[in-house]
Design a binder for this molecule. Structure first.
Ligand SMILES: Nc1ncnc2c1ncn2[C@@H]1O[C@H](COP(=O)(O)OP(=O)(O)O)[C@@H](O)[C@H]1O
Ligand SMILES: [Mg+2]
Length: 229
């Protein structure tokens, strides 16, 4: 079966003032694919992800989501369709874990409260954090916070999830639970774009790995004996 194209990025360029961050970035992402992006610090990986859901605006080229230019989507809809998981979790500190999960469902998706609590409870069971549902983010470990942030994004049923260095703020022990959750998403046919330095992990789970540089994305060839399927 031919998979449908979710995202098409066509010769995109981005500058801050006179400073060109990157130009000529093109990429196609099909439904269910896992694409990883690597590149040195400061090369523009975060900027690139931000351009996809218009946290930053591009200067040239175009980005199509399901065949439609992202500038033609209402921003709220675009950000629901392209979920963003940040390095530093971005949870609401004044809301409990359960409330962090239900707020988008009730306020953006207009799902009624009782149903949203049920959905949030189910996902907390899946990520093994149900007993933390009434805790506040500051009472969680970094790994637990990041799993809640990922769960919050999944609940919005986005077309694509962007993960920007999702484990870089975590120590080795906590990384594992987050990486396990990400590979689980891959198995469940979610479409993911991951920026990460966890090379062996991303080579294992990605369909394609690209390196970002100033002049675009370059496909990384798997090393002999390694499989990027
Ligand atoms: N809001 C901004 N205004 C001006 N320059 C920025 C802004 N955000 C990032 N930059 C610059 O753009 C470049 C790329 O940054 P970034 O996308 O964060 O890189 P990476 O995520 O690959 O480390 C860096 O030189 C950074 O200083
Ligand atoms: Mg970054």
């Amino acid at each position: 079966m031919k998979r449908e194209k979710v995202l098409k990025i066509n010769k995109v360029g981005k500058s801050y003032g006179n400073e060109t961050v990157f130009r000529n970035v093109s990429l196609e992402v099909k439904k269910g694919e896992i694409i990883s992006i690597i590149g040195r610090s400061g090369v523009g990986k975060s900027t690139f992800l931000k351009c996809l859901n218009r946290l930053e605006e591009i200067d040239s080229g175009e980005i199509l989501l399901n065949g439609k230019n992202i500038i033609d989507y209402p921003v709220t809809e675009l950000r629901r369709r392209i979920g963003f998981v940040f390095q530093d979790y971005n949870l609401f500190e004044n809301l409990t874990v359960l409330e962090n999960l239900t707020i988008g469902l009730t306020q953006i998706q207009k799902i009624e409260k009782e149903k949203s609590i049920k959905m949030a409870t189910n996902i907390l069971k899946e990520i093994d954090l149900l007993e933390k549902k009434d805790k506040y983010p500051e009472e969680l470990s970094g790994g637990q916070k990041q799993r809640v942030a990922i769960a919050r994004t999944i609940l919005m049923k986005p077309d694509i999830i962007l993960l920007d260095e999702p484990t870089s703020a975590l120590d080795e022990e906590m990384k594992e639970s987050v990486l396990n959750l990400i590979s689980q998403l891959g198995k469940e046919d979610m479409t993911l774009i991951i920026v990460s330095h966890e090379i062996s992990f991303i080579q294992k789970i990605s369909d394609k790995v690209y390196k970002l540089n100033k002049n675009g994305l370059e496909l990384e060839k798997p090393k002999k004996g390694e499989k990027i399927c």
